[in-house]
Design a protein around this ligand. Structure first.
Ligand SMILES: Cc1cc2nc3c(=O)[nH]c(=O)nc-3n(C[C@H](O)[C@H](O)[C@H](O)COP(=O)(O)OP(=O)(O)OC[C@H]3O[C@@H](n4cnc5c(N)ncnc54)[C@H](O)[C@@H]3O)c2cc1C
Ligand code: FES
Length: 280
C-alpha cells in the first residue's frame, strides 16, 4: 500500500495473511504478515517508527508499530500485547488467517539525521518494538553509525521480547545491557529498573542520540536521567501511545493539546515533548 492509496481510500485496509506467529512472552505475540495482493507487496514502503492499524474482522481495529525494518521486506512484523478486545482476537489467530492492515501511518524517526552518530536505545517491555525497527535498520547499514548501545529491561526474563535475536545484535557490535526488576534464578545479567541502569552505564552524550520507548513511568525517569547525563532535548526521541481511531488526523481521538499523535507523531523529540501540555 502506498501513501497515495491511503490518501484516496484512508479507511480501506489491505488484506494480509499471517505467515508466522512467535510467542514472545506470556502476554505478547509477534505476527509476521504477508500482503495478499502482489502489487501492494511490491509498492509498500515505510520508515522506522511508523504504525499500522490492524483489523480483525467482526471485532475491530487497533494500532501497532511496524517492528520489522524496511530493509527486510519478506514480511511485515507486529508484536501485540493482549490487553482487550482486538488484541485478544489477534492472539486467537492462526497461521494462514487474514487480517486487514492500514499502513503506513504517522511520522518516523529522523533516520538520516542520526547517521554518523553514536546511538543509545532505552527500552522497556513491549516498548522495544519501535526501537527494534530502527535498530535492525541501523544494523543493516552498520557502517553509517558509531557505537550502538541498547539498554533493555522488563519485569522478568520471560517478559523480554526478541530474546532469540540478542546474540545476533551482540555479534553485530551492539553493546546490549539487559535488566530485570529483581533477582531470578539463572539470570546472570543486570538487575534494577531501566533508569537506574541508565545512570550506572552513563553513556556519554557527545555526538550521541538517545531513543526511548516503554511504560510512561519509565520514560519519565529516563528523560530525567538523560538530562542529568547532559543530553539536550534535541538529542532525545521517544514514541507516544495515545488511543487512536482514524489514524489520519480526522476524528480528534488522539490529541494532546493541538498535537495529533496519529499524524504529528508517534515519534517526538524531547523538544517537542517539552512544548506539550503536562497531561502526559
Ligand atoms: C502509536 C501506537 C503504537 C502502538 N504500538 C503497539 C504495539 O506495537 N504493540 C502493542 O501491543 N500495542 C501497541 N499499541 C497499543 C495498542 O494499540 C492497544 O493496546 C490496543 O489498541 C488495545 O486494543 P484492544 O481492543 O485489545 O483493547 P481495548 O479493549 O480497547 O482496551 C483494553 C484496555 O487497555 C487500555 N488501552 C487500550 N489502548 C490503550 C493505549 N493506547 N494506551 C493506554 N491504554 C490503552 C484500555 O483503556 C483498556 O483498559 C500502540 C498504540 C499506539 C497509539
Ligand atoms: S486517531 Fe483520529 S485524529 Fe488521531
Amino acid at each position: 500500500m502506498t501513501r497515495s492509496l491511503l490518501k484516496t481510500h484512508p479507511y480501506r485496509p489491505q488484506m494480509a495473511v499471517v505467515r508466522d506467529i512467535i510467542q514472545e512472552t506470556p502476554s505478547i505475540r509477534t505476527f509476521r504478515l504477508v500482503w495478499k495482493d502482489p502489487s501492494v507487496a511490491s509498492q509498500f514502503s515505510f520508515q522506522p517508527g511508523q504504525v499500522g492499524q490492524i483489523s480483525v474482522f467482526g471485532v475491530g481495529e487497533s494500532t501497532f508499530v511496524i517492528n520489522s525494518p524496511p530493509t527486510r521486506r519478506e514480511y511485515l512484523q507486529f508484536s501485540v500485547m493482549r490487553t482487550g478486545e482486538v488484541t485478544r482476537a489477534l492472539h486467537q489467530l492462526n497461521v494462514g488467517d487474514t487480517v486487514g492492515v492500514r499502513a503506513p501511518l504517522g511520522n518516523s524517526f529522523p533516520y538520516t539525521t542520526m547517521k554518523g552518530r553514536d546511538i543509545l536505545f532505552i527500552g522497556g517491555g513491549i516498548g522495544m518494538a519501535p526501537l527494534r525497527t530502527l535498530l535492525l535498520t541501523m544494523l543493516d547499514n552498520r557502517a553509517d553509525f558509531g557505537d550502538i548501545t541498547v539498554i533493555y529491561g522488563a519485569r522478568s526474563p520471560e517478559d523480554l521480547c526478541y530474546r532469540y535475536e540478542f546474540d545476533e545484535w551482540r555479534a553485530a557490535g551492539v553493546h546490549l545491557v539487559l535488566t530485570v526488576d529483581r533477582e531470578f534464578p539463572g539470570w546472570s545479567e543486570r538487575v534494577g529498573f531501566v533508569p537506574t541502569i541508565l545512570a550506572e552505564e552513563a553513556p556519554n552524550p557527545f555526538n550521541r542520540v538517545a531513543i526511548t520507548c516503554g511504560p510512561p513511568i519509565m520514560i519519565k525517569f529516563v528523560l530525567a536521567g538523560l538530562k542529568e547525563l547532559g543530553y539536550e532535548d534535541d538529542q532525545i526521541y521517544t514514541t507516544l501511545e495515545r488511543r487512536m481511531k482514524c489514524g489520519i488526523g480526522l476524528c480528534g481521538r488522539c490529541n494532546i493539546g493541538s498535537t495529533y499523535v496519529c499524524v504529528d507523531g508517534p515519534v517526538f523529540s524531547g523538544k517537542a515533548l517539552r512544548a506539550m501540555p503536562p497531561e502526559l
